[in-house]
Design a protein around this ligand. Structure first.
Ligand code: UD1
Length: 351
């Protein structure tokens, strides 16, 4: 179903890293899109660039609304007078350490905000959601690859917000089977759109590996701290499943298409990863190769709470969504570098 069929999607957090890339793909697929974003960790320039990339005709199908899910007036403003076929819910905070220091902030943003969203979806008769979950719900997995029916657990308030929202959604769906929901459990999203015009632009010093490497490469940070070189892995550094953000965006389109088919019912989760594990030191080497830049590293103790190795089983997404990641490490690093060298200060022109 596309815009020509009246398909209109509300995208919360659509100005952010994964949001911008997904919105662009939605427009290209012919959907109309309304974004609500409070710009807490994003800027409107990202949305402007999505419009540029989509072209003048499709840009007309995108509406941006500045608003916060914690504020019911903002939600009323979004829903009143509009009809949505589904909601893709990205909006939320995602820094683990910050969530430990500020649990109130995380529960208000990620839980109360989502409850408000559910309330307005119910009120306006839109009961279909794709939710941004995370591989964090597998905790420190006892087995790898992670399979969707593993026992779920949370290691910190951020992880608990993802787990709680999944649980709340399951309860809501059980009480009213008209609700249809898909949880997408992202592994480690990296890379950028091939144009190099949109990408990840975290506020402050990055917590995650790739944006940190990127800032070292452009000279904003002196060196990368490698957290842990004594893990039982081939080179001692920890292993994750990095996935190109464009693959992730396409995963949302496939999930949405499934959600919108009349046969789909209930609530279900899919891993979005490549199924391949890469160590921190392998990632550094791949980025150095793609960028031609030396990334100085400092070998540091393990970061508390980090797992040794996490990667996805991707069978369910392939079987039921027909989705599989297309890009490998070389393309992830190439596109991350392309974004970085064209935008050393992200969406800003100077620090
Ligand atoms: C983290 C969160 C996860 C969240 C995800 C997206 C934890 C334990 N997990 O995943 O819940 O969904 O971010 O925000 O925080 N690394 C370095 N140096 C750095 C940064 C990272 O060596 O400066 C290492 C880490 O120790 C880890 C790997 O790189 O082994 C990936 O780290 P990161 O990008 O933060 O992602 P996760 O920890 O997998």
């Amino acid at each position: 179903m596309g815009a020509q069929d009246g398909g209109c999607i509300l995208v919360t957090g659509g100005a952010g890293f994964i949001g911008t890339h997904t919105v662009l793909q939605l427009l290209k697929e012919g959907f109309k899109v309304v974004i609500i974003d409070n710009l807490d960790n994003s800027v409107e320039e990202g949305v402007e660039r999505v419009k540029d990339l989509a072209g003048p005709e499709l840009a007309g199908n995108l509406t941006f609304i500045l608003g916060d899910l914690r504020n019911k007036e903002d939600l009323e403003n979004v829903f009143n007078g509009r009809r949505f076929d589904a909601v893709i819910h990205f909006a939320g905070l995602k820094a683990v350490a910050e969530s430990v220091a500020k649990p109130f902030l995380y529960y208000h943003n990620n839980i109360v905000g989502t409850l408000n969203l559910f309330e307005f979806m119910e009120k306006y008769g839109c009961k279909k959601m794709v939710f941004s979950s995370s591989s964090t719900v597998y905790g420190q997995p006892e087995k790898i690859p992670c399979v969707e029916d593993f026992h779920l657990t949370a290691l910190n308030p951020y992880g608990r917000t993802k787990l709680f929202v999944e649980d709340i959604a399951r309860d809501i769906q059980k009480a009213d089977p008209e609700w249809k929901m898909i949880f997408l459990r992202y592994f480690n999203p990296v890379g950028a759109h091939e144009s190099g015009r949109i990408g990840e632009d975290p506020k402050g010093i990055p917590n995650n590996l790739m944006p940190y490497i990127q800032q070292v490469a452009v000279g904003r940070l002196p060196e990368l701290n490698v957290y842990g070189v004594d893990y039982p892995t081939q080179d001692g550094s920890a292993i994750r499943d990095y996935i190109h953000v464009m693959d992730l965006a396409d995963g949302h389109i496939c999930a949405l298409q499934r959600l919108l088919t009349p046969e789909f019912n209930g609530c279900t989760a899919y891993n979005l990863g490549t199924g391949c594990g890469t160590s921190v030191l392998e990632m550094v080497a791949a980025f150095e190769k793609a960028s031609g830049k030396k990334i100085p590293v400092k070998l540091c103790p393990r970061r508390p709470g980090d797992a040794t190795a996490v990667y996805a089983s991707t069978d369910k997404a392939l079987r039921e969504l027909g989705w599989k990641a297309k890009y490998g490490l070389a393309e992830m690093c190439r596109d991350q570098w392309n974004w970085a060298r064209n935008n050393p200060f992200g969406y800003h022109t100077h620090p």
